[in-house]
Ligand binder design. Structure first.
Ligand code: PMP
Length: 288
């Protein structure tokens, strides 16, 4: 069935959801976006996503032409119009249509579009068995370049690392920052477990401040598990007891091998399974 897409100020048919070839989102990757889940017809962590979107926009001096409440309503209307029960929302704001040339101020109005559709998760088997990853040679964006906390439309940095993974038939790559510390995966945040403590790199290491990451840290704390944010090296990943990734699409997924080193006993470990279960329960129980 054709989707209804929110475009600028209204819902339109998928076939009519078109933007200009002069849109700077397309010409320069000039814009920001969010990927949001819908669980049981409810938009998951809407406030947190809108906050991150607004901060991304502020960092790149992009004005969002809708008020916060209007934005939330537009998202909800799009979900409703498409009858999405369990799905995924892509909320995109571009600099808008302007002239050729970098100058963003030639774009008078930003373009907003919202897609609500089904989601393609990793296959169930990958959750049961865990995934293999590699260390990418592509270094995560330097914080003085595009700040990694900005969820911008320019994902080439991560795409190049993803290509490295796909070239060797693994689904994900771990990216390191310019100092050699673990930053994140190409579309997910990194967690490891060592001697009963859960570790994750601080956002300043070059990660997106993942909404799932934040929830997992909180849920682990509530379960009286020790979580420490600290810089991690490639060695730390090689010798950890457990390894998992978190993200809106992936939720919580175990990693069982990196660069040919087997993690633990080669299966998703107890902490990983516990956090996956806790996250699932939280997402399906409370989705606002
Ligand atoms: N890092 C990157 C680069 C991402 O694109 C994402 C989102 N897919 C994440 C981490 C995870 O963030 P969240 O939990 O908010 O989806």
């Amino acid at each position: 069935m054709a989707l209804k897409i929110w475009l600028d100020d209204k819902l339109v048919d998928e076939a009519d959801a078109k933007i200009s070839v002069f849109d700077h989102g397309l010409l320069y990757g000039d814009g920001v976006f969010e990927g949001i889940r819908v669980y049981s017809s409810r938009v998951f962590e809407m406030e947190a996503h809108i906050k991150r979107l607004c901060e991304s926009a502020k960092a790149i001096r992009l004005e969002i032409p809708m008020k916060r409440d209007e934005l939330i309503k537009a998202v909800e209307k799009t979900v409703e119009a498409n009858g999405v029960i369990d799905g995924y929302i892509r909320l995109v704001i571009t600099r808008g249509t302007g002239s050729l040339g970098l100058n963003p101020f030639t774009c008078e109005n930003s373009t907003i579009f919202i897609i609500a559709d089904n989601i393609q998760l990793y296959p169930e088997e990958l959750y049961e068995k865990g995934m293999k990853v590699i260390s990418a040679t592509t270094v995560r964006n330097h914080p003085l370049a595009i700040p990694p906390q900005v969820k911008s439309l320019n994902y080439l940095n991560n795409i190049l690392a993803k290509i490295e993974a796909l070239d060797v038939n693994v689904p994900e790559a771990i990216m390191y920052n310019h100092e050699g510390y673990v930053a994140e995966a190409t579309g997910d945040n990194v967690f490891i477990v060592k001697d009963g403590v859960i570790y994750t790199p601080p956002v300043e290491a070059g990660a997106l401040s993942g909404i799932t990451r934040g929830i997992v840290i909180r849920l682990a704390g509530e379960a009286k598990l020790k979580v420490v944010e600290k810089n991690l090296t490639r060695f730390d990943l090689y010798v950890c007891d457990e390894f998992f990734l978190t993200g809106t699409a992936a939720e919580v997924i175990g990693v069982v091998e990196i660069d040919g080193r087997i993690i633990g006993d080669g299966r998703p470990g107890a902490y990983t399974c516990l956090m996956r279960k806790k996250f699932f329960k939280y997402a399906h129980g409370k989705s606002k």
